[in-house]
Write a protein that binds this ligand. Sequence first.
Ligand code: ATP
Ligand code: MG
Length: 266
Amino acid sequence: MKILAITNQKGGVGKTTTCVNLAASLASLDKRVLLIDLDPQGNASTGSGIDKAHLKHSIYHVLIGEKSLKDVVLRSEKGGYDVAPSNRDLAGAEVELVHEIAREMRLKHAIAKLKDFYDFVLLDCPPALNLVTVNALTAANAVMIPMQCEYYALEGLSDLVNTIKKVRAHLNPTLEIEGLLRTLFDHRNMLANQVSSQLISHFGNKVYKTIIPRNIRLAEAPSYGLPVLNYDKNSKGAQAYIELAREIVSQSKQAQENIKKEVNHG
Ligand code: ATP
Ligand code: MG
């Protein structure tokens, strides 16, 4: 099972759009996917067709230890994946967990119980480096950082990287940054192209090959509670997320083969 935290404390860079559409795209490739909404805004839940206002239980109840993850999971029927939804309740979790022991490990333990049921678990993080994000980074085996190629794109990246380093040192030694994802990309914009080349020269193969273009269909789909694949599967946005899903699947296959080789040689 691959657990991917989709995170960037910068707001509006396409984390939720990526989470929802990657979940649907992986599902269309016959992968078993769980999307965990970790943002009190609940946009990933709504975008998956789930009514966040009338939830009996949510990821909040999992983090405070009242429910197990399987008890809160709902199905995105159209998307073909499972969702652990969220809503404003989650905003209280931070304060309630302050005095709890191992509060950073809550999500990790919750997910561990479901390890035989999913191929991919995608974590939609809030735009903050808070305890919920630390829970995501502690539970994950890889991090995806969506970013817009603009002048300030790299600003704040060092705070995120430092947080990842701290989590690696104290909570999750094998956590890896899998990749930076270029989102909301406009090919005609010269600055975007410059920043994109800079990213490649700094981070090399840590930049996903797939680029997510700015595409109006991606912005429209959530208002129908649909991933873009179900809304307009021929759109540039839908095609880009399918390509990203393929890239990620082939990456994890490659990683597994490398492990096999190491085991055989050792
Ligand atoms: P937050 O930090 O608030 O959680 P986010 O990083 O999750 O934001 P999104 O909610 O995915 O970002 O995207 C922000 C806005 O941009 C949304 O209105 C979304 O519909 C739109 N958007 C995201 N990606 C694209 C895209 N590739 N093309 C067009 N619109 C997009
Ligand atoms: Mg979001």
